[in-house]
Design a protein around this ligand. Structure first.
Ligand code: URA
Length: 435
């Protein structure tokens, strides 16, 4: 078998065999296939696509390229949650404590932000002392004792994906249904949970721009999960405008805490309760999705979700007092306001534009090695459909470097549109697949 023939076969629209896919993944992970050949195959895949069988084989090969985490040391059904990435998506910090407060075990590995999308690990690390690197034994112990843990993805989980994703990022080969679904699911299946909830975002701030593409991705990932014996459910949710109001790191931690106190933005609360409800149901703690949602709502209202968040922070070395004193979190030096230039209704807040603006303010990285300003970000004061008068504040941009905050303000300003006619906000939860 050789790489030239595999590239040629895919370039001509052929179907790769299980052996050819395994050969590519094993040899590339071991460093025996050069990046230029891997890039050529990735581009052929983007252009010609992968059949369902090829996607399953690719997922399995990438899962097998590293460790498979054995979570059997943790009692009960373990439920994982994954978002395909968006702007202002602080749901993990709300959903995981709510599900945990209702008895669901969550042993979650999360990622860092890249480009205009944020990552839960960066957000949690804005809590002083919070650590996300943990040895397996300590990780299992925490989930058994506390009920939940959120750590950073170890290098040993699906290393083939790690290497391939970095290459895709610089060769314009991210956008492919087969490559995205196998990349996400190889990591999820290797992470060892019994059931998986996927939050598949669609809109300008998501990988999938249309509902049809997002549905196809969700259906494919649910099928991959089921083929591995995991109950997999996907929620298709809006990412045409940012979720909630806060976009950044420490500001999203504050927003998650406020939501756990029942004072968060309504869209974020609605999504968090729905997702937590599904996790409670697939985690075997409720008879159906509706009962799960009622339990999640009760955990928000009685404060047990917030208490679980405090336990998570304490168990991972952070200061739980941050829930009562936000001054303990990194503070920005500069704050600039974006004001409406006319009367009307907000008709657009481009999620990608706000994500890029937040990245420019210092909250995100352009390259993996870049450092970030945990205090930087954007907090919206208005959402699509809101009425504004000339001079009203629509958003605040902040950070610690004046020039970066200035650029971010310009970018964020361009992300807003105001129309004279009244407009409806987009539907947040579009559909649930696999329940
Ligand atoms: N997230 C992943 O983990 N992989 C992709 O390919 C895209 C988003």
């Amino acid at each position: 078998m050789n790489m030239y023939d595999i590239i040629l076969k895919k370039r001509e629209g052929g179907k790769l065999s299980k052996e050819e896919i395994e050969y590519f993944i094993t040899e590339y992970t071991d460093g025996d296939i050069p990046d230029y050949q891997a890039s050529a195959l990735l581009m052929a895949i983007v252009l010609k696509g992968l059949s369902e069988e090829e996607i399953f084989d690719l997922t399995k090969a990438m899962k097998k390229s590293g460790d498979t985490i054995d979570l059997s040391a943790i009692d009960g059904i373990k439920v994982d949650k994954h978002s395909t990435g968006g702007v202002g998506d602080s749901t993990t910090m709300i959903v995981v404590p709510l599900a945990g407060a209702c008895g669901v075990k969550v042993a979650k590995m999360s990622g860092r932000g890249l480009g205009f999308t944020g990552g839960t690990v960066d957000k949690l690390e804005s809590i002083p002392g919070f650590h996300t690197a943990m040895q397996p034994k300590a990780f299992f112990k925490q989930v058994n004792e506390v009920g939940i843990s959120v750590i950073s993805q170890t290098a040993h989980v699906a290393p083939a994906d790690k290497k391939l994703y970095a290459l895709r990022d610089v060769t314009a080969t991210v956008e492919s249904l087969g490559l995205i679904s196998s990349s996400i699911m190889s990591k999820k299946l290797a992470s060892g949970s019994d059931a998986i909830l996927l939050d598949v975002k669609c809109g300008s701030g998501a990988l999938m721009k249309t509902r049809e593409d997002a549905r196809l991705l969700a259906e494919t990932m649910c099928k991959i999960g089921a083929s591995d014996g995991k109950k997999t459910v996907a929620a298709l949710t809006d990412m045409s405008q940012p979720l909630g109001l806060a976009v950044g790191n420490s500001c999203e931690v504050i927003e998650a805490i406020e939501t756990l106190k029942g004072r968060g933005p309504k869209d974020l609360e609605e999504l968090a309760i729905h997702l937590a409800g599904i996790m409670i149901y697939i985690g075997g703690k409720a008879k159906d999705e509706n009962e799960g949602m009622a339990m999640a709502k009760a955990a928000l209202e009685d404060g047990s979700g917030l208490e679980m968040f405090r336990k998570l922070v304490k168990a991972q070395g952070g200061n739980p007092d941050i829930t009562e004193n936000y001054k303990l979190l990194p503070q920005p030096w500069y704050i600039l306001e974006i004001k409406a230039d006319r009367d009307g209704y907000i008709s657009r807040i481009d999620a990608m534009g706000i994500g890029l603006a937040s990245q420019h303010a210092g909250a995100g990285r352009a390259k993996k090695e870049d450092s970030i300003d945990l205090s930087a970000g954007i907090v919206l004061a208005k959402k699509v459909g809101d009425k504004v008068q000339k001079g009203d504040i629509m958003a605040r941009v902040f950070g610690n470097t004046a020039s970066k905050v200035d650029t971010a303000k310009e970018l964020a300003e361009e992300s807003f549109s105001i129309s004279a006619e009244k407009c409806e906000p987009p539907k947040l939860i579009k559909e649930i697949i696999g329940l």
